[in-house]
Design a binder for this molecule. Structure first.
Ligand code: SAH
Length: 221
């Protein structure tokens, strides 16, 4: 783990509810203790609107404005544990959203690059990460299906919006030995794919049925 961060506004109650969430994730099959520890520490309630804060430690997706959602904690934990099965120094996240998954990943990797297409979401995510004193994240406003070519190659790529097909640019920006975790499929249901880049090409495995908001092109100021 790359250092500590400030726990923002955490009382005993929210620590207890967070511990309950961790127990629930363990029951559901999350076995990576490092990931569980981080989920137990990151204050998810600061990543949602105040009106929803009391629901922040339920294992559900919640609205974050601009028609988007903060992902379900189980899915965040599953994607993180799958992506970081080996240490990955440079990681690209597509779909910053609330910044919750960003905060979880940032705690576990050296350098995190995150791309989001909706500007107001970036502003809010940046504020929250600053409040947590997380400093190893670079966020840019862009269409993440194009990746972040100037910072490539990445040891890990995590996509948190559903693609119809795996974006070619993301495959190109994956290092040999690297891994991408990406939901792919129709609008109503997708498969969470794990794509490993080897010397010989790409290997794909589907690990879970999921439902994410769609990966869209263009940006919103
Ligand atoms: N991990 C985030 C998930 C947010 S939902 C969280 O837990 O808060 C998915 C996010 O992907 C949304 O914020 C959406 O705006 C963003 N997104 C969709 N298509 C995108 C694209 N092409 N490039 C970058 N971000 C995109």
């Amino acid at each position: 783990m790359s250092g500590g961060f400030d726990l923002v506004g955490i009382g005993m109650t929210s620590q207890r509810t967070r511990n309950r969430l961790v127990d629930r994730l363990r029951e559901k099959g999350i076995h990576d203790e490092t990931v569980l520890t981080v989920i137990g520490k990151v204050p998810r309630h600061i990543f949602v609107d105040e009106a929803l804060a009391q629901r922040a430690y339920e294992d559900t997706a919640l609205p974050i404005g601009n028609g988007q959602t903060i992902s379900q904690p189980f899915i965040v934990a599953l994607m993180t544990q799958t992506l970081l099965n080996v240490p990955r120094e440079r990681v690209l996240e597509v779909g910053t959203g609330s910044g919750y998954q960003t905060a979880v990943l940032a705690t576990l990797v050296r350098r995190l690059y995150s791309v989001e297409r909706i500007a107001p979401l970036i502003d809010r995510a940046r504020e929250r990460l600053r409040a947590m004193k997380i400093r190893n994240v670079h966020i840019k406003l862009s269409d993440g299906s194009l990746g972040w070519p100037e910072q490539a190659p990445f040891d890990g790529i995590l996509v948190t919006a559903a693609a119809r097909v795996v974006p070619e640019a993301l495959k190109e920006q994956l290092a040999v030995g690297g891994r991408m975790v990406v939901p792919v499929g129709e609008e109503s249901i997708q498969q969470l794919l794990v794509i490993d880049r080897t010397d010989d090409g790409f290997e794909e495995t589907a690990i879970e049925s999921v439902r994410f908001v769609p990966l869209l092109s263009g940006t919103v100021e």
